[in-house]
Design a protein. Sequence first.
Length: 359
Amino acid sequence: MSRTASLVLLCAATGCATLGAKSLPEVQAAYNDSLATTQDTQFLLNIVRLRYRDTPAFLDVASLTTQQTMSGTLTLGASVPVAPTPGATANAGGATTMSVTPTTTFSPVRGDDFVKRLVAPISLQTLSMLASSGWGISRVMHLTVDRIDRLSNAPVATGPTPELAPDASRFITLARAMRALQVQGQLTMGIERDATGAETGILYFEGPQEGGTPLDAVRDLLELSTTQAQVRLTEDFSREVPGLVPVRLRSVLGAFFFLSQAVDVPPEHEAAGLVTLTKDAAGQRFDWQQVLDGTFHVRWSAREPDRAAVKVKHRGTWFYVADDDLESKSTFMLLVQLFNMQAGRSALPVPLLTIPAGR
């Protein structure tokens, strides 16, 4: 039998197909999941590292390639009857297998431009974009705002874990009240620029202005008049300007540090002095959820957790965000978006996925 005839029989028996085009959806989906998992794992790892005062590091996928191969087996058989019975029979069978060999190239994200973006304060424009794109303003404020007017959001938490507990109770009250107004459709945020290009954030109070909770709470905490329908925000803390409320915003790295305070660690790691244990004024162990207001929580496990949205192993211990912890998952998603907006702009290489389209 000729080689051509054998291939024809193989295709007839096993079903030849064009691998490249038909496999694109499956391969693309697999790589999409892989990229998302890689980024989430890296971010969680860096959050945990900062809790232990280990140096964070960022890698990014530089390129993705995949090689598809197909192999097949062919079996042929024939039966020739003894005369005088006429006729003869032949049969063919076989199987094909397809394999995909992926190759991922990582590159460290570094350089002067990236570091500056990582430690530079988040802008009022970024704050406004996040608060206007569907995110709850309280969650955005918890993650990005260090201080607004005289209300502090635990600025000591934007670095290594402090020994003494901060008080963020008044800031939390403000954030909750502003979120309540946002839900009721009575609060929006915008940006104005003057002739010099300087940005001023504006909070608009819409709807009824006669006050009542939570509008009265916002006006009281920010020391506004009872008829004031808007708040103008500035990043300039160097001088007091009538009618402007100063806001100090965190950096992306500060946001990572802030969330690292929500990482639970094994008791033996605390006993060994691997992490700082924060205490309140009475010398008692401080619960950082009093500052984070339940927006983020990283748990630990001696064994690999089964139901985790994202998990990573560090120092022999598994750390994870529970899959049913929707508050933590939302804050983690916001951190990823903030990183991509602030630190990732023109700093990270664009990964390319190459898939051969041949047979």
